[in-house]
Design a protein around this ligand. Structure first.
Ligand code: SIN
Length: 550
């Protein structure tokens, strides 16, 4: 409630216009990497609302997957990614990403990211490489168990010191601007005083994160809820794979405490999942046991919880020894101890929670969306890398690789001056009025969306539940639609309006997919065999929706 209230913004309808070259919306790993690469040739404006300090990249614990050890190879990483993606990856995107991995890591090392060294005399690579689910080799480079924090802090230091990068911490994008020919021409934002800003830009890049915030229980405190995806769709950008929402198998079960991830690296280093009888249950379900891909482990935990009626399962690391636990997982150890749990002596209670959106804005290998001058990088994008289920630690890799390829494309496209002179030439997707909306009401809508998604569109789905979810989301959407155009602008209101429509599209995508695969498990649909993969239904559907009215 406090957050919602602090976001209530006073009204001031006179728009402030400013002109920009490359406008990046979002300051996580993808946005900052792009800024640092493109700033040599173009001027960068980066919108990084204060809340983004809490963004998903910063909370990533495990690390970054890349072929770094001489004992590993590109084909093996490609093959593991394709298997984890359950037949729906775009192999071209997978190979492109994996091949670019070592150069991306070399760049991070050159900036000084403090990755954990491997001091053992037999080490074949100077930095420690851990394992996570789906990976057949040790290939995750990490900074202890707080890799995201180490990467973001380093990138942010460099970006803040760069003369060609201007960072705004007080501007929140609420929608995109288009010209009369359907090209993206920047974004409309709102500042803390409630003033509207027209940020006119030659090229706009969305790096706004995923949509896990549509769910009530998530692995990070303030996840995005698909705002960037809907803003792009409003301009006619193609979205795809929205039904593939990943649930991380092991979020700390801590009612009353903040969301907290227990990294997959914990299982990579030998952690075992136990049921309420103290028995391991993964070996009987999959030969990869605790290191099976995430969709399989999360579903197994969900089934175990349903079977036993327990509120959680257990993740036991006590057999690794106190020294190893404290050395490998200092952040997790300290957090749990602060919550009254000594993980060197007690098993960790865990539950699955919403973690990562595999779908998003469809892009090519240069991060171009289907709307001219609009690009998308990081979790907001759907590059084809993850297919129906993302493999652990491939996401930070994707952020780096596609930010770098996007920068190369933008450097050659050269910053054409927008073909309009006045703000009147620009099209926005909604008007903004003066009716104040109570924070309490916005909060209730947000809670309701989270409950509907958690109940009907989570790890296990069925047709009637999805139909019910669609009806309930329609009702919430109608209520918001009836006031939105006349309402005072606020970040919270704008975000919930984006969220309800993205939730509705995600449910629609889930209902249209008539087979279970990867993260989309519908008890009314059979699991396909790989030879029967259906062409993706949501791709066409989402592109055909009327602009700005869903
Ligand atoms: C983890 O450490 O388990 C999260 C990293 C990821 O989602 O790839």
């Amino acid at each position: 409630m406090d957050i919602e209230q602090s976001e209530r913004l006073p009204m001031n309808l006179s728009a402030v216009r400013s002109e920009h070259d490359v406008l990046i919306v979002g300051g996580g790993a993808a946005g900052l990497t792009l800024a640092l690469h493109i700033a040599a040739t173009r001027r960068v404006t980066l919108l990084n609302p204060v809340k983004d300090g809490q963004g998903a990249s910063r909370w990533a614990q495990g690390g970054i997957a890349a072929v770094l050890s001489p004992e590993d190879d590109i084909d093996a990483h490609v093959a593991d990614t394709l298997v984890a993606g359950d037949g729906l990856c775009d192999e071209r995107a997978v190979r492109f990403t994996v091949e670019q991995g070592p150069a991306a890591i070399a760049w991070l090392l050159s900036l000084g990211v403090p990755f954990t060294p491997d001091d053992s005399p037999t080490a074949s690579y100077p930095y420690h490489l851990t394992r996570e689910g789906g990976h057949g080799a040790r290939r995750i480079i990490h900074a202890e168990d707080a890799t995201g924090r180490a990467v973001i802090d380093t990138l942010m230091q460099h970006a803040q010191a760069h003369a060609a990068i201007t960072i705004h911490h007080d501007l929140f994008a609420i929608d995109l601007l288009a010209d009369g020919e359907g090209r993206c021409r920047g974004a409309r934002g709102v500042d803390r005083q409630g003033r509207i800003h027209m940020l006119v830009a030659s090229d706009t890049v969305l790096a706004t994160g995923g949509a896990s915030g549509l769910y009530r229980h998530t692995t990070s405190p303030l996840p995005a809820s698909g705002e960037g995806m809907i803003m792009a769709a409003e301009l006619g950008a193609e979205l795809m794979n929205l039904e593939f929402q990943q649930f991380h198998p092991t979020c700390l079960y801590d009612p009353g405490g903040p969301p907290f991830l227990i990294s997959e690296a914990v299982r990579g280093e030998g952690g075992r999942l136990l049921n309420s009888d103290g028995q391991r249950f993964m070996p009987a379900l999959d030969p990869r046991a605790e290191l099976a891909p995430r969709d399989i482990v999360a579903r197994a935990i969900d089934a175990e919880i349903q079977r036993s009626g327990a509120s959680h399962v257990l993740l036991d690391v006590t057999h690794l020894g106190a020294t190893a636990i404290r050395q490998h997982f200092p952040t997790i150890y300290a957090h749990c101890l602060g919550r009254g749990l000594d993980i060197t002596r007690q098993a960790i209670p865990v539950v699955p929670a919403a973690h990562y959106s595999c779908g998003g804005i469809a892009t090519d290998l240069d991060a171009r969306s289907s709307v001219p001058h609009l690009y998308a990088i990081g979790e907001v994008a759907c590059t084809g890398l993850h297919g129906a289920n993302r493999m652990a630690s491939n996401s930070l890799l994707e952020c780096l690789v596609f930010a770098r390829s996007c920068a190369a494309a933008l450097a050659t496209s050269g910053g054409a001056t927008p073909s309009f002179t006045t703000t009147d030439d620009l099209i926005t997707t909604r008007s903004i009025g003066s009716l104040p909306i109570e924070a309490e009401r916005v909060y209730r809508w947000r809670q309701h969306i989270g409950e509907v998604m958690g109940r009907y569109a989570a790890i296990v789905r069925h047709d009637s539940g999805l139909d019910l979810a669609a009806r309930q989301l329609d009702e919430i959407g109608e209520e918001i639609r009836s006031i939105i155009d006349n309402a005072t602008s606020s970040v919270a209101l704008s975000s919930v309006w984006h969220a309800v429509r993205l939730a509705r599209l995600s449910v629609m995508s889930a209902r249209l997919r008539r087979e279970s695969c990867g993260l989309h498990y519908n008890t009314d649909c059979r699991h396909y065999s790989t030879s029967e993969i259906a062409p993706h239904p949501s791709r066409r559907l989402l592109a055909d929706l009327p602009r700005g009215r869903y």
